[in-house]
Design a protein around this ligand. Structure first.
Ligand SMILES: Nc1ncnc2c1ncn2[C@@H]1O[C@H](COP(=O)(O)OP(=O)(O)OP(=O)(O)O)[C@@H](O)[C@H]1O
Length: 512
């Protein structure tokens, strides 16, 4: 590919999507690091397979290191008029939001750094009035949206603004597939850009659901659009910097049909169809390929970034400690991403006009074959009928989506109801068992009381018997004592008699 743009040598811009890695430091009580890291490559186990990163940032790399090393050359292309994209992906909690947005001004993320870099350049006299190419009238604007549950939320819409809560997708010759009536905010400077960006981030869905926090299943898409007159061409070059934070990739290790059964058809639709788009693109590098992007809102919105007019880079955020089975699926997905070929071109007014022309033709053909919507530029005297058909088709799609969502909710409710019914049955069984056990316990209690009474009666009878025996013995003792006293008295009397008779004997002897 031999395209030169101003002072950027595009020959060095590879068409393949390059994948860089970032291992975040351990947080909280995370276990020991278990990634297999060898130089710039990572695997889930020592035997591989390894994913070779263009660059691998280790745990001590700051957001600024990542920006400096992996973003500045993308920004040069962007300023020159090319569409560029950064996909930030990884498991939930791997550091995607931290990388994109940072945590405070001290630890700023990549997007605020992009704003700083961009506005510094656009305010630099030397850059704008380069002797080789003069640049004029730059305008920078921002779009931010979230795709969650197949609904597109406008993150820059002030709540209560009156328009519909969710954005519809539409296709036009000028813009391609895009979210209809999405907010597009003109940015004055880097401070303004940062504050709008932070407000957008704060509007992301933060709900905790049966399937984890909403942000694990949501994608955030940020478009920074630049228009600028470059050189002698009076029409602006238009380039777009897209930053995409993908949903947590851990679900790639699940079987899609089981996932669909568990969560319903909508929640992981974006991730599942992204995986199949990536697989199709990786297996076919030729420009005449036909890829089906239409399965989900996410893939429809990423047509240019994956396989189209865009220089795309993917940043895989890695946790230091993770499930090898999940990591292995993520590495396989990223290997496929690195095999995708894109076709970035300089978006000057000539290229834009040509693309618009081809898109218009395509839309017309789709319309004739009844496959797609009618572009507004092709409105004829059949307007009303065509408009009605288009509106009905859109309404039909919306109703289908709504229907699918309701079906999911119904399935979820039925599952919940089923598990509640099971719990109720379990509880009643437990209650019955408790009743039976209670009966058994009270029976044993009665038996024990009877036994106790018997023992008490026996004890009392024995006591009575013993008391009688004691009384009898006491009587015998008294009788024996009386007998003894009587004998003592007799002995005393006998002694007295003996003494008396002895005296008489002595008197009698002396008288003889
Ligand atoms: N490079 C880093 N240095 C220090 N802490 C980090 C780093 N990367 C991430 N963290 C911390 O790790 C935690 C998870 O990061 P973060 O919220 O960015 O993950 P995530 O991938 O966006 O997760 P989710 O998909 O759930 O939104 C946060 O507490 C964050 O502060």
């Amino acid at each position: 590919m031999f395209i030169f743009s101003n002072n950027v040598n595009i020959r060095s811009c590879k068409m393949n999507v390059d994948v860089i890695g970032r291992i975040r430091p351990p947080i909280r009580a995370e276990g020991k690091e278990n990634l297999v890291v060898e130089g710039q490559r990572v695997a889930a186990q020592t035997t591989g397979p390894f994913l070779n990163f263009t660059t691998l940032h280790r745990k001590d790399a700051s957001n600024y290191d990542v920006f400096k090393h992996s973003m500045e050359n993308l920004l040069e292309l962007y300023l020159a008029g090319f569409n560029v994209c950064l996909f930030v992906m990884g498991e939930s909690e791997a550091g995607k939001t931290y990388t994109i947005a940072g945590e405070s001004t001290n630890k700023s993320g990549i997007v605020p750094m992009v704003f700083d870099y961009l506005f510094t350049k656009l305010n630099e006299e030397r850059y704008m009035s380069d002797t080789k190419v003069r640049r004029q009238n730059p305008t920078v604007s921002l779009e931010m949206m979230e795709v969650y549950n197949e609904l597109i939320k406008d993150l820059l819409k002030v709540p209560g603004g009156g328009s519909a809560a969710y954005l519809e997708l539409t296709d036009s010759a000028e813009k391609g597939v895009h979210a209809k009536n999405g907010s597009n905010i003109l940015l004055r400077d880097a401070n303004d850009a940062n504050s709008v960006f932070r407000q957008g981030l704060a509007r992301r869905t933060e709900a905790s659901t049966d399937f984890g926090p909403a942000q694990n299943n949501a994608a955030t898409i940020i478009h920074i659009d630049l228009q600028m007159i470059v050189g002698d061409n009076p029409h602006s070059n238009r380039s777009r910097f897209t930053v995409v934070e993908l949903p947590g990739l851990e679900k790639l290790s699940d079987d899609p049909s089981q996932l669909r059964q568990k969560e319903g058809p909508v929640l992981s639709k974006g991730l599942i169809s992204l995986n199949s788009v990536v697989t199709s693109l990786a297996s076919n590098p030729y420009p005449d390929r036909v890829i089906n992007y239409s399965d989900s809102k996410l893939t429809q919105l990423l047509k240019d970034e994956l396989g189209g007019n865009c220089k795309t880079r993917a940043l895989l955020c890695l946790k230091p400690q993770t499930d090898p089975h999940i990591l292995s699926s993520i590495l396989t997905f990223c290997t496929r991403v690195s095999q995708i070929k894109n076709y970035p071109i300089l978006n000057d007014s000539y290229a834009q006009n040509l693309i618009t022309q081809y898109r218009a033709r395509l839309l017309d053909l789709q319309q004739q074959s009844g496959v797609g919507p009618v572009p507004m530029s092709k409105v004829t005297n059949l307007n009303d009928v065509k408009d009605t058909i288009r509106e009905l088709e859109t309404e039909n799609l919306r109703l289908k989506d709504e229907n699918e969502r309701l079906r999911t909710r119904l399935e979820n409710m039925q599952t919940k109801f089923g598990s509640l019914a099971n719990t109720k049955t379990d509880l009643s069984q437990q209650l019955l068992m408790t009743e039976e056990e209670k009966l058994k316990v009270s029976q044993s209690l009665v038996e024990m009381q009877i036994e106790n009474n018997k023992i008490r009666e026996d004890a009392e009878a024995t006591k009575f018997e013993l008391t009688n025996k004691i009384l009898m013995l006491e009587n015998s003792l008294m009788e024996a004592e009386n007998e003894r006293d009587k004998h003592i008295k007799n002995v005393k009397n006998t002694k007295k008699d003996y003494k008396k008779w002895r005296k008489i004997e002595k008197i009698w002897q002396t008288s003889i």
